[in-house]
Design a protein around this ligand. Structure first.
Ligand code: ZN
Length: 434
């Protein structure tokens, strides 16, 4: 998400609620957001207003002395928002909602293990569980505030038999953690169908994960002439990054997209900038293994660079976080494409990149991803997909995700009948697969 520094708390609440609702992470009646202002007033979404049509003027302010100002009464959950702000001076914004995967965890009295992805651990920390209490009650407020008062200063608390509360220093931080936590929860639910999901353990592994992949050096490209081809590719990357976000194949600040713009040059998404609102000039230029000075490319830039360098035919690459295919990144089970012709023809075999292979120097990734082997599952990091063009890479990403979803759904139907060797040979000959 872009910085909200210049937006009124009312507008921040409206925009964040619209995103949460658009991604089916709340119902029209469930969920409420709040922001604390510098006068200790609390801006909060109102009670009983359609969350799909929230307007700035619907947002209510409750002063430090408890008077509500606005067109509606404040959310019925106002008591727990106030209790959290009282317990935690560092908190500036709160999100409460009932997103599907986290609600499942809450019904089972569990919290998702955020150590499944380095990014979720870095953004969400270790979530806690608050015991059940009547919605809207003082007792619920006290139980939630007690959980947030823990010495670990949690950012996320799952409410037993209810939903989740996520806090941040501001609304962008709270939303980013909220989105990452629901992603981890949803991926874990799918991964559990494949066996006990793996988690990153040991401080060293977490330190590597919370940091970055090997980073490229910087260079000045002063006076560089930008070709029309580059302008066009920048536009394509932004359009497809937006589409990937709308389809929940990436989160707002996590997941990278790039396109080749020259023999030794490509452009890539910037680190952590909102994938739903990228502009052509936001992309970072990379040439001969160096990125533009004082810019911040996606942290996976070295992986992209290694694949472009080794494979001149690769025109675009995406590192995405689709909910189902990412489940395989937490499992010993490998994704089998010999399940439907579309999957085998377009993806051939899906590769595997261990966590060590991703973070070490030397371009191991290029041995596993090319135009003829376009997709790999990245252990604890989602998937990496290459194509001749941006559309090509996006198409393969969608095929990968839809196949993964179908395989996981088969768990409730019965064993998958895999395609035989005769069937795959026939496909190889008919489609010229080598
Ligand atoms: Zn609720």
């Amino acid at each position: 998400m872009r910085s909200f520094a210049w937006q009124h708390p009312r507008d921040q609440i409206v925009e964040t609620m619209a995103r949460i609702y658009a991604h089916d992470m709340t119902t029209t009646s469930g969920g409420n957001l709040s922001i604390r202002d510098e006068k200790e007033g609390i801006w909060i979404s109102p009670a009983r207003v359609d969350k799909g049509r929230l307007r700035a003027e619907d947002v209510v302010r409750v002063s430090s002395t408890g008077e509500a100002e606005g067109l509606h009464p404040p959310s019925s959950e106002f008591p727990f928002h106030r209790a959290i702000y009282e317990a935690r001076p560092d908190v500036g914004a709160i999100i409460h909602a009932h997103p599907g995967a986290l609600v499942s965890f809450s019904m089972c009295g569990q919290v998702p293990d955020t150590r499944v992805f380095p990014e979720t651990y870095a953004l969400c920390g270790k979530p806690l569980l608050a015991p059940y209490a009547l919605p809207g009650s003082q007792a619920l407020g006290e139980k939630i505030a007690t959980a947030f008062s823990d010495e670990a200063m949690p950012k996320c608390v799952v409410l037993e038999n209810h939903g989740v509360v996520v806090v941040g220093k501001d609304m962008v931080e709270a939303f980013t953690a909220f989105e990452a936590l629901e992603f981890a929860a949803a991926t874990l639910l799918h991964a559990k169908k494949l066996g006990e999901p793996r988690v990153l353990v040991g401080t060293e592994k977490m330190a590597i994960g919370a940091g970055v992949f090997p980073m490229l050096p910087q260079a000045e490209f002063e006076g560089r002439a930008v070709s029309n081809l580059e302008k066009e590719r920048r536009k394509h990357v932004c359009e497809f990054a937006r589409r990937a976000y709308d389809h929940r194949l990436v989160t707002s600040g996590w997941g990278s997209f790039s396109a080749r713009v020259g023999e030794k040059a490509f452009v890539i998404t910037p680190r952590h900038l909102d994938r739903a609102n990228l502009w052509a000039e936001d992309l970072v230029y990379v040439e001969e293994g160096c990125f533009e000075k004082e810019r911040q490319p996606s942290r996976a830039v070295s992986l992209h660079e290694a694949v472009y360098r080794a494979h001149p035919e690769v025109g675009a690459i995406v590192n995405a976080l689709p909910l189902h295919a990412s489940a395989f990144s937490l499992s010993d089970e490998r994704m089998d494409t010999k399940t439907i012709p579309e999957s085998y023809v377009f993806l051939k075999e899906v590769g595997w990149l261990s966590f060590e292979e991703q973070v070490e120097e030397g371009g191991v990734v290029a041995k596993k991803v090319s135009v003829s082997q376009p997709a790999a599952i990245m252990e604890h990091n989602g998937v990496l997909v290459a194509g001749r063009s941006v559309l090509d890479a996006f198409d393969r990403l969608e095929i990968l995700e839809s196949t993964a979803m179908a395989i996981l759904r088969c768990q409730t139907l019965g064993p998958v009948s895999k395609m035989t060797e005769v069937m795959t040979k026939e496909l190889e000959e008919a489609f010229g697969i080598v």
